[in-house]
Design a protein around this ligand. Structure first.
Ligand SMILES: [Cu+2]
Length: 304
């Protein structure tokens, strides 16, 4: 009986070793291919970090993983020890011990110390994410049901809407539900202040590879910041349930070199000048345009 159990245990251990090895190889293969900045099928872990904030978030996550691993192993060890050492067969007459001051102090103080060790880097990271260090430009993001508006107040004050590209209109290589008709274009290596607000319900501006997630709340101006390290296309989504088309308001960000960004600004100003005005206070309409607006309003009111 003992020999049979031993054989079974050994076989189980061998199988478990193989399973763990296969999982590790699979994880290594997947992490090797996950080089882009968008979700991938069967992806494990985070999207690669694209900003200093995300790098710090990932480092903090890895630290926590070590702490969690050590705690789990310790608790598992204790459980196994108790199961083996204090089972009914070995202890026909159980001990009636109920209190041990030293152990009680230890299991209160040690977790407190662990939490403090976690809290210090956690708060440091929160404050780092909260304040933009010496920003060089601002972008205003406005959430709507169900699209985003991006405005560039210190680059000429132009703005534009960014809508999802329907699956039937996608070009090869464009990801479904993540591609936008007018992506948010930003320069790399620039501290960008992102102001986020909304006009209807609560949305959330979320770009995983930037470590940016900011609520878009009506009547409030929330703030985040980002500095993208490498040029590329990055994807995010609204991640606050905001209505029936919540999953169809993607965020596509194109990070380009500073020179390319300046070129894009010149083109974008012309391209979007003819479109609807950007959100925020608008210059007064020219005198010749005013009667037209008044007429339109009067018609609408009369029609109602
Ligand atoms: Cu939304």
């Amino acid at each position: 009986m003992g020999r049979l159990t031993g054989t079974l245990l050994r076989r189980g251990a061998a199988q478990a070793t193989w399973l763990v090895a296969a999982m590790l190889i699979g994880m290594a293969a997947l992490s090797g291919t996950a080089s882009a900045e968008q979700p991938k099928p069967w992806e494990l872990g985070f999207q690669p970090a694209a900003t200093p904030i995300t790098q710090r978030i990932h480092a903090f996550h890895d630290e926590l993983l070590v702490i969690i691993f050590l705690i789990t192993i310790f608790v598992l060890g204790l459980l196994l020890y108790v199961i083996v050492r204090f089972n009914a067969k070995r202890n026909p007459v159980p001990s009636r011990t109920t209190h041990n001051t030293l152990i009680e102090v230890l299991w209160t103080v040690v977790p407190v110390l662990i939490l403090v060790t976690i809290a210090i880097p956690s708060f440091k990271l929160m404050y780092y994410m909260d304040r933009v260090p010496k920003e060089s430009m601002t972008i205003k993001v406005t959430g709507h049901q169900w699209y985003w508006t991006y405005a560039y107040p210190d680059n000429g004050g132009f703005g534009f809407d960014s809508n999802m590209v329907e699956a039937s209109s996608l070009k090869p290589g464009q990801p479904r539900i993540l591609t936008a008709d007018n992506p948010l274009v930003i320069p790399v290596d620039t501290n960008i202040r992102v102001q986020v607000t909304s006009t209807d319900v609560i949305h959330s501006f979320f770009i995983p590879s930037f470590g940016v997630q900011e609520y878009a709340i009506i009547g409030r101006l929330n703030e985040a910041w980002m500095r993208v390290l490498h040029p590329g296309t990055y994807y995010g989504e609204c991640n606050q349930i905001c209505g029936v088309n919540h999953s169809y308001m993607p965020i596509e960000v194109r990070a380009v070199s500073k020179a390319d960004f300046q070129k894009w600004v010149v083109d974008a100003k012309k391209k979007f000048a003819a479109d609807a005005p950007a959100p925020g206070p608008q210059p007064k309409p020219a005198p010749d345009a005013a009667p037209k607006l008044a007429d339109a309003d009067a018609t609408t009111v009369a029609g109602n």
